[in-house]
Design a protein around this ligand. Sequence first.
Ligand SMILES: Cc1ncc(COP(=O)(O)O)c(C=O)c1O
Length: 459
Amino acid sequence: MVRKKSPRMISESPGPKSRELMKLRDKYIPKAVYNIVPIFVASSEGVLIEDVDGNKYLDFASGISCLNIGHRNPQVDEAIRNQLSKYLHLCFHVTPYEPYVRLAEKLASIAPGDFAKKIVFVNSGAEAVENAVKVARRCSGKSIVMAFEHAFHGRTSLAMNLTASVHPYKFHFGSLDQSVHRTPYAYCYRCSFGLEYPGCCMRCVEYIRDTFKVHLSADEVAAIVVEPIQGEGGFIVPPKEFLQGLRKICDENKILLIDDEVQSGMGRTGRMFAIEHYSVVPEIISVAKSLGGGLPLGAAIGKADLMDLVHAGGLGGTFGGNPLSCVAGLKAVEQCESALGNTGKLGRFLMDRLREMYERHEIIGDVRGVGLMACIELVKDRKTKEPAARERDQILTECYKNGLLIIGAGSYKNVIRFLPPLIITRELLDKGLDILEHAIRSIERTEGQTTSARLKTPM
Ligand SMILES: Cc1ncc(COP(=O)(O)O)c(C=O)c1O
């Protein structure tokens, strides 16, 4: 069985079949739709992917956190097959069906908040966030939305405007939405105010209060949209006081808190929703990615009384919550719940190993994470914190050449993020980390005298 085998080293990449398919890709697919690795997949199972040339890879990307329960999870596969034999697309607006309401019932029961909840299903993370904002605007009668530096909320029009990075997400895609107000996140490694936690007294939270006194009336703000742990921005883990401070500001000013759990949710951090680590309850939660167990599915989970303020027909869509995605979703949520224990345990193991690597490799400037959502941030110099973006890319390429699929993140393109399926074994996690450390060493070596002099442990 594929799952039990360790990935073998691949000497040459990409293989001939992948190269041939890449020519088709280049001819028919725009370059804007980027690819991280130049291989085409033949099959996948558990935590392993096999390409069309027979190379096997250990997957530390999980389709960017869409496969928390692993590739081709048997229970999800079975649920999809069963559903296939009954009915496929119906459109919930035309003829309701059971999987939609069953999954809604399940999400309402597990989402934080001791109050009734209602759920709308959509097709993606961006849609999940956009629908949360629509609800917030409709029921508050206000239009401004606060979003954070380094945030990522998707590529559709509003989501793109909520997203922070200009390159590549917003560059020359039209005028920016004036109703989005950006404010600093608690990126303590690179504090926007040049301060240090905890001496900073959470200046980033107080800054919002100052903003309301000087630049912007809180009365016009419908919602604050926040990732409890920032994903694309660089796996940035804020202190507890940050999210608790936002909750307080929202309460003081009748602003809704929208929690974007698209990347951090579904058990990734050892809790079903990352915001649970902060003991904060938001009014609306956006989820997607691993919710569908590999099929496209997103949801906005909100307080029932707020969700019901939106008029009939105001939310939804043709494919949103299609039957296959919902049956897969039900099984996926259950499987994520069962993986929570493993996630917590392996998360601690992962952090320990990354901290050990920090001791050995000066290029690692910071190690952070919760559960199996962890990262290393690479710098040319620990004092100046100059981002090591080129070196990061070299390390990722070296990993891929040695059978580990692992991806980057970060506004400064210098972060390596760990997103293995939550069902990974300790042995395979360890194996992947060995490949990564080997890659770091080889890049340090090729960087020449200067870098190798920084290496504390000789090879
Ligand atoms: C936090 C967060 N929100 C929203 C999105 C957008 O999701 P999608 O690509 O499914 O539209 C992403 C995608 O990476 C994300 O990480």
